[in-house]
Design a protein around this ligand. Sequence first.
Ligand code: CP
Length: 302
Amino acid sequence: MKNKSLISINDYTKEEYIEILDLAAEFENNPNQDILKGYVVATLFFEPSTRTRLSFESAVNRLGGKVIGFSDTNTSSSTKGETLRDTIRTVSNYCDLIVMRHPLEGSSRFASEISRVPVINAGDGANQHPSQTLLDLYSIRKTQETLENLNIFLVGDLKYGRTVHSLLIAMSQFNATFYFISPDELKMPEEYKLYLDNMGISYNEYKEFADIIQQADIVYMTRVQKERFSDPIEYERTKNAYVLRTNMLKDVKPGMKVLHPLPRVNEIHLDVDESGKAYYFTQTLNGVYTRQAIITKILGLK
Ligand code: CP
């Protein structure tokens, strides 16, 4: 992992996932340390973010490092027409690590080829969000006490939701059984189903899940990704396809937890927050420890 960019969840092996999760658990016990003293991390967000940017910045600050960057492209020279190539060449002279979110699929890979320092993909269009996946794995392992042989429900926008694409790849290493629940317009893309076919991993597709939720270990809800639709009418038609409510949680497994990468819009009713099944806010906290682990591994400090 040392000095290697993290662009796709495929960049790490199953053993490396476990290394990161074990290190994240150490940071959970002791999050404030001076490991990053003298290091500078750049956060370049060409798309909006609350959790990813702030949890990366919290992770660096808690480890004694410094953060530079932008969260609004209007304050960067990209508004003057500067290319991503030139931005990355420049910023990589100012820091030891770049964390980048960008709307274009493949942009992080491209940045990693230009940069003098490693790049972490903080979301590239509808493609991947690998640090989210590692914090999702941490959250799943913590709640289920294992990653092996779980029934994982992926619900909502499976077409444009980059978090479910990365999570599917990672959890396929642990013999998960997947339940894909989406409207026809937002089904899991064929390439990911082909990936599971090649791995010999079971999945089924559904339009509803009230009658099968009893089988779930994890229900991973997702927001319909408004910003990725070219047709606003299609967004309006699908935006409220699923709303998880407490009455659907009556007969679920005792250890079942609801995860969501957040932000949520309407897909989880507020009453679920107090149901004892909601884990999405603790999931955001886990993001700090997991990102501390990713950063220190990539910088070769752990
Ligand atoms: N989960 C996630 O990526 O959230 P943000 O868009 O707020 O970073």
